[in-house]
Design a binder for this molecule. Structure first.
Ligand code: FRU
Length: 500
């Protein structure tokens, strides 16, 4: 009961009970956004993997559905994707709805125990009721056999409109592999990417591959999202990405982006510790054209030890991705989906705060900081630290902000409640390095009971972190050694639970 009250997020998705990791197979069909996820219903630690299921009309309010895909004995259903097969290329349609095809890794635990290499292969399942019930394609599985690679998983399929083909990207240990198909059943190997590029601190997992417009231009680029664990930007799991071009066969890194990778070693979609295995939705209404992303809001370093018992893990807020180019600098920006704004019940505005080294933004529980959005803009920044502090009467506090001397954003959760369940959880302050000294800075933060999501400069840099408090935060302040100038302070209350 206490963990329900303190730790069950107000508006981030969690399964009612059991263990969840990666988001899987997201698509939109017939008025619903579908979210599947790595799920073990019987315990709140990792185990025999199912595909759990939830649906939403608006990407914010989720309804848990019955389990979508069950494992057979020792044949775990690992991560993967799903596509709405609008033209019935698979021939698996029965009835009037376009079939939906799930493509996932079948992980064989018997073979794993025997020390075999060919433990993982790619299978499909299909749905003829818009994604609510599923059949495994027993007669045709596997659709991609194991080629002799131990880590060979997490297929993500997308329709390549330019070359009129289905493309599958999968993680093959230290690289991504690309396959093509006309019918989602027969797959042909095309090429691979990444063996010596980007971060390789751990095994590559959960890739995603999709075209995206460069904002404000007619140009299209391809994004390869490539999760890896460990080796993330602040330890453990992380989500890196690459920007390039795809000729229907091969993915080539864009020369400008290659320079960025050279300089930064790896480029990340999130610099906090708790955004992993994130991928994007298939079949989002095309009038809308958004590229929508959700991640698992945890980290393999401690995901199985966090202090919730009846369930473990939640997802991040759903985010819209955009590709922005400034000069020769490509950046995949992410922001919370606009649907979140629908749940704002009250907005407190302050136009300017000027001349002091310390401002209280929220005090005395005036705003419920377990469901709130706070945003503001700093002007005329000095070479100083700008530190936000969330706090409560128990002396718990979360510090985050901008170090404008050494040019990084930071989150320090070492005093933000329980952390003794893992020595990795709060050992270091997470950092996101910036290009240089900042003159202005825009912060938008999304707060739930156990998480903070920081969107810096309209999503140019993102940091997502979780925490476990004894009491909710009741105050928020910001301070610096220099006098500050802050514009457009918005403190917004959210009410996702009650408002329907
Ligand atoms: C990533 C991952 C995937 C795998 C799944 C198993 O978190 O390790 O590579 O498919 O989890 O649950």
């Amino acid at each position: 009961a206490i963990e329900e009250k303190m730790y069950r997020p107000n508006f981030h998705f969690t399964p009612k009970k059991g263990w969840m990791n990666d988001p899987n197979g997201m698509f939109y069909a017939n008025g619903y956004y579908h979210l599947f996820y790595q799920y073990y219903p019987d315990k709140s630690v990792w185990g025999p993997m199912h595909w759990g299921h939830a649906t939403s009309r608006d990407l914010i309010k989720w309804d848990e559905q019955p389990i979508a895909i069950y494992p057979d004995k020792d044949k775990y259903i690992f991560s993967g994707s799903a596509v709405v097969d609008v033209n019935n290329t698979s021939g698996l349609q029965i009835g009037n709805n376009a079939p939906i095809i799930a493509i996932y890794t079948l992980h064989d635990m018997t073979k794993e125990r025997e020390g075999k290499i060919d433990v993982e292969r790619q299978d499909i399942a299909y749905s003829n009721d818009n994604g609510f019930t599923w059949q495994k394609f027993e007669e045709g599985n596997p659709v991609v056999k194991n080629p002799g690679i131990r880590d060979f998983r997490d297929p993500k399929v997308t329709w390549d409109e330019t070359h009129k083909q289905w493309i599958m990207v999968l993680a093959a240990q230290d690289r991504a592999q690309f396959y093509k198909s006309a019918n989602l059943k027969n797959w042909e190997f095309l090429s691979e990417f990444g063996k010596d590029i980007g971060a390789h601190g751990g095994v590559w997992e959960c890739p995603d591959f999709f075209p995206i417009k460069v904002e404000g231009t007619k140009e299209t680029k391809w994004i390869l999202i490539q999760n890896l664990n460990p080796g993330g930007p602040n330890g453990g799991s992380g989500v890196q990405y690459f920007v390039g071009d795809f000729d229907g066969k091969t993915f080539k890194l864009d020369p400008d982006f290659a320079k960025r990778v050279d300089k930064e070693k790896a480029v990340w979609a999130d610099y906090g510790k708790d955004n992993y295995a994130g991928v994007t939705w298939n079949n989002v209404p095309s009038a809308d054209g958004r590229r929508l992303f959700i991640g698992w809001m945890s980290n393999w370093e401690y995901a199985q030890q966090v202090p919730t018992n009846s369930w473990r893990s939640s997802t991040t807020i759903a985010r819209e991705l955009k590709l922005v180019k400034k000069g020769n600098y490509y950046n995949l920006i992410s922001n919370p989906v606009r649907e979140l704004d629908y749940y704002i019940t009250e907005t407190n505005r302050t136009k300017t705060l000027k001349g002091k080294e310390n401002y209280t933004l929220v005090e005395n529980e005036k705003v419920d900081l377990t469901q709130a959005i706070v945003s503001l803009e700093f002007k005329n920044l000095k070479q100083e630290n700008y530190t936000f502090e969330l706090s409560n009467s128990d002396g718990e506090s979360l510090k985050f902000g901008l170090n404008n001397k050494e040019n990084y954003l930071f989150v320090d959760r070492s005093k933000a409640g329980k952390n003794d369940f893992s020595d990795k959880f709060a050992a270091t302050t997470s950092k996101a390095f910036l290009d240089g000294n900042q003159k202005e800075a825009v912060f938008k933060i999304i707060l739930d009971k156990t998480s903070i999501e920081i969107f810096y400069n309209n999503g140019e840099k993102v940091m997502t972190e979780i925490f476990f408090l004894e009491k909710p935060f009741t105050a928020l302040s910001v301070s610096s050694k220099e006098k500050m100038e802050i514009n457009n302070v918005l403190i917004q209350k959210l009410d996702v639970l009650k408002k329907s």
